[in-house]
Design a protein around this ligand. Structure first.
Ligand SMILES: Cc1cc2nc3c(=O)[nH]c(=O)nc-3n(C[C@H](O)[C@H](O)[C@H](O)COP(=O)(O)OP(=O)(O)OC[C@H]3O[C@@H](n4cnc5c(N)ncnc54)[C@H](O)[C@@H]3O)c2cc1C
Length: 474
């Protein structure tokens, strides 16, 4: 047995060096930062994805500083122990799932908002800051941090960056990537690096910051982020709801709206999702229709009214059976809350297999029709909701409990992913590849690109210890 940590691969980790690793970590970290009790480590072992592998970690580390992260990684690197970075564990692709014998490194205790610079419109934060808390702090300075995944009240900024999280306002304000100026990261061997900049412009070197965004914990651990803020976003002028009797008509309306204006929000929920939300939280949503579109405009005064009028007329031309404006902010908030509850509500119907396809908005009607056809072909319950204005849909299969039904669900999932690619779309709009979508990556990217991604990973992480089973194979 090879006991020299410098020459072992992850497959050669032994129990004796597991205890050596724990002993070395115990010398560097305070005892409360290392958890080995399996009853507790299990609660850090998986994210929100279903149907993907969950391993048993050696320990959970709760570093409190960049130095803690750096020292821990140096040890893991020397012993070839896999490390799984983790934020809030709200991911939907298995990216934060533990690997057998790994160190799960939770950044959840690094929660300082280090700086809000209202002159240069910059925030500097630790990775464990909850998105909602950063938004609230920015608002105290009359500024906004726009990225708003539906999980914004519990997901971390570090996790949002590592997944390049999208959300409800992306349709107008872009995704997390658009707000990341610079990052402090710890490389796999423990080296601390500062990437990026604080300036509005800057072209020195290659965009390594951009490479880390969306890298799902496979290239480096994010320990600090320098983020772009904007002037406080206006409150939406109004919220419009349009209901449709067919998913295809809804898709046509979205394509036409996207061509004609830029709403600050354009979200969709189908009948199955609406019924699930209504069952969980009765709020008078009617599910006897095929789908609902929720649109907002945050343009000021007359311009906002005109934009909503335009959306209304497009929806009517696309055969919406009813179009109305939410009468007050209470009703508008309730509608958005219904949309944010979509996944949780569908999860109450049974175990779910959640997809995250994204197509050009001009193809969304076809994608919606395809989802309906797949549901019918395989006799499955599929609730679809998502960020319609981005062409980003989350068809969510409620898993049957019998084996034949489960197999049908797997086929249906693959068919929806394949159809999205065929329509010029992608296997994942925002949730990431993780474990869930790894097998589809070469279909979209091709072998050469997947190989290049593996080579990039090896340049960052020569011992292949950072989230080693995720995103790409060696
Ligand atoms: C109800 C619900 C709604 C959601 N809505 C949306 C949505 O609208 N849009 C969207 O994009 N996603 C959404 N998600 C998915 C999820 O919330 C996002 O992917 C989020 O960005 C994950 O953040 P997290 O802190 O939970 O990260 P985790 O789940 O803990 O980790 C996610 C990935 O990032 C890596 N990682 C985490 N922290 C770091 C770090 N500091 N350094 C390096 N790597 C790190 C992990 O290894 C993992 O691969 C939703 C999830 C739920 C449960």
């Amino acid at each position: 047995m090879n006991n020299d940590p410098s020459t072992q691969t992850t497959n050669e980790v032994t129990h004796s060096n597991h205890s050596d690793v724990l002993a070395e970590l115990a010398q560097l970290l305070d005892p409360a930062s290392i958890i080995t009790d399996p009853d507790i480590t299990s609660s850090y072992s998986s994210d929100h994805a279903t149907g993907v592998a969950v391993g048993k970690p050696l320990a959970v580390l709760l570093p409190k500083s960049t130095e803690d992260v750096s020292r821990s990684l140096a040890i893991a690197h020397r012993y070839n122990i896999p490390v799984v970075p983790r934020g809030a564990g709200s991911g939907l692709a298995g990216g934060a799932n533990a690997i057998d014998g790994s160190l799960v490194m939770s950044l959840a205790r690094m929660t300082k908002i280090l700086e809000i610079d209202p002159i240069n419109f910059i925030a500097t934060v630790e990775p464990g800051v909850i998105n909602k808390d950063l938004k609230a702090e920015a608002e105290r300075f009359g500024l906004s941090y726009p990225p708003d995944p539906a999980s914004f009240s519990f997901s971390t900024v570090g996790g949002n960056i590592a997944t390049n999280a999208g959300g409800l306002c992306c349709v107008k304000y872009g995704v997390t990537r658009d707000y990341v100026l610079g990052l402090e990261v710890v490389m796999a061997d423990g080296t601390v690096m500062n990437l990026g900049r604080r300036t509005k412009k800057g072209v020195a070197g290659l965009d390594l910051t951009g490479l880390i965004v969306g890298s799902e914990g496979t290239l480096a651990v994010i320990t600090k982020a320098t983020l772009r803020l904007v002037r406080q976003l206006p409150k939406p002028a109004g919220t419009l709801v349009a209901v449709f009797n067919s998913l295809t008509s809804l898709g046509e309306a979205i394509t036409e709206i996207s061509k004609s204006c830029t709403p600050s929000l354009l979200e969709v929920m189908d009948d199955t999702t609406l019924a699930a939300v209504e069952k969980m939280t009765p709020m008078g949503l009617h599910s006897s229709i095929a789908a609902m579109l929720i649109a907002q405009s945050d343009l000021d005064g007359e311009a906002g009214v005109a934009e909503l009028d335009l959306i209304k007329s497009i929806a009517e031309r696309s055969q919406a059976t009813e179009v109305y404006l939410a009468t007050d902010t209470y009703e508008a908030d309730a509608l958005l809350q219904a949309r944010r509850l979509a996944l949780r509500a569908l999860e109450r119907l049974g175990k779910v297999l959640l997809d995250d396809v994204c197509v050009p908005t001009s193809r969304i009607a076809e994608m919606m029709a395809e989802i309906s056809a797949v549901a019918e072909r395989y006799s499955l319950t599929i609730g679809t909701f998502g960020h319609g204005g981005d062409g980003n849909l989350h068809p969510t299969i409620v898993m049957p409990t019998d084996d034949a039904g489960k197999a049908a669900a797997e086929h249906a999932f693959s068919e929806m992913v394949g159809r999205a690619i065929a329509l010029g779309g992608t296997i994942s709009g925002e949730h990431g590849v993780g474990l869930l979508k790894k097998r589809y990556q070469d279909i979209e990217l091709g072998d050469h690109q997947v190989k290049l991604i593996a080579e990039v990973k090896r340049a960052f992480d020569p011992n292949w210890i950072l989230n080693p089973t995720k995103l790409v194979d060696q």
